[in-house]
Write a protein that binds this ligand. Structure first.
Ligand SMILES: C[C@@]1(CC(=O)O)C2=NC(=C\c3[nH]c(c(CCC(=O)O)c3CC(=O)O)Cc3[nH]c(c(CC(=O)O)c3CCC(=O)O)/C=C3\N/C(=C\2)[C@@H](CCC(=O)O)[C@]3(C)CC(=O)O)/[C@H]1CCC(=O)O
Ligand SMILES: NC(=O)c1ccc[n+]([C@@H]2O[C@H](COP(=O)([O-])OP(=O)(O)OC[C@H]3O[C@@H](n4cnc5c(N)ncnc54)[C@H](O)[C@@H]3O)[C@@H](O)[C@H]2O)c1
Length: 200
């Protein structure tokens, strides 16, 4: 059978979660960069004996606490999600095992078999967000697609969302009637004359 991506994307309120990043090198900085680019209000703690200067600067602009120490299990306390990025495979595997034992979501960066979730390529335009995954097959493609969608999704897509949100408030009637009116009103948007099945 043809391969397909069975991952289930969710849009996390990173502000309400405690994320731990283990390590403070290149990979940690890349993961922190893309996390805070998408979610500037993400709550993050980083633990590592060494941090890059760029990481320290990025951390100071966001809600990121830096702890200078080697990884220990106690740092998992209160964390919902963990990203392990050290250059010592045994440490990353230990983080993975500790997280699994405590049913915490864990991502060993750049190491798909040790990931409960993947970080994606992310495009944000106001209230609209698109997340891209290649099923862990090609991060470079995820990056290129992200750049492509950053170009082609119009900046004013957010106006549409806001206008429809306002319009929805003015529609009278029950839930079904509202859904019908909003669907009728937005039919033209996808460039097809007939929308055959609104479940698609
Ligand atoms: C999207 C993005 C998000 C982010 O990092 O936040 C992301 N990787 C990005 C860039 C990137 N990473 C790497 C390169 C070098 C080129 C290359 O090797 O392809 C580039 C491209 C570049 O930098 O140009 C190295 C790399 N990464 C992984 C492997 C292992 C492997 O592929 O098997 C290796 C090889 C390591 C080695 O050689 O040992 C694995 C993962 N990287 C993922 C995410 C997850 C899959 C996402 C998906 O499903 O598509 C997954 C599975 C796990 C994870 O880490 O979550 C971010 C782009 C953000 C943006 O630009 O918007
Ligand atoms: N740099 C890349 O683009 C890249 C690409 C693919 C794979 N990798 C792999 O990913 C891993 C990390 O790469 P990197 O470039 O970020 O390495 P790095 O040397 O820049 O960073 C490693 C970090 O891990 C920290 N660390 C070491 N032991 C620790 C411990 N016990 N507890 C907590 N933190 C600890 C170090 O202090 C350092 O901050 C390496 O195994 C590398 O081979 C890197």
């Amino acid at each position: 059978m043809k391969e397909r991506n069975n991952l289930y994307p969710i849009f996390l309120k990173a502000k309400n979660l405690n994320v731990l990043i283990v390590g403070g090198g290149n990979v940690a900085e890349e993961k922190l960069h893309f996390l805070t680019k998408s979610s500037p209000d993400a709550k993050v703690t980083m633990v590592s004996p060494m941090f890059r200067q760029g990481t320290i600067e990025l951390a100071s602009k966001h809600c990121v606490t830096i702890v200078e120490d080697v990884y220990q299990e106690k740092y998992l306390q209160g964390r919902h999600m963990v990203v392990a990025t050290t250059d010592i495979p045994e440490v990353n595997v230990r983080v993975w095992k500790d997280c699994r034992a405590q049913a915490k979501l864990v991502n060993v960066a750049d190491n798909p078999p040790y990931c409960d979730f993947y970080m994606g390529g992310i495009v944000t335009k106001g209230n609209v967000k698109v997340a891209i995954s290649t099923n862990g097959q090609s991060p470079t493609t995820a990056k290129r697609l992200r750049q492509f969608f950053e170009e082609v999704i119009p900046e004013n897509v957010d106006d549409l969302v806001k206008n429809l949100n306002e319009y929805r408030k003015t529609i009278k009637g029950d839930f079904e009637e509202k859904v019908e009116i909003l669907n009728e009103f937005t039919k033209g948007l996808i460039g097809k004359k007939e929308v055959e099945n609104d479940q698609d």
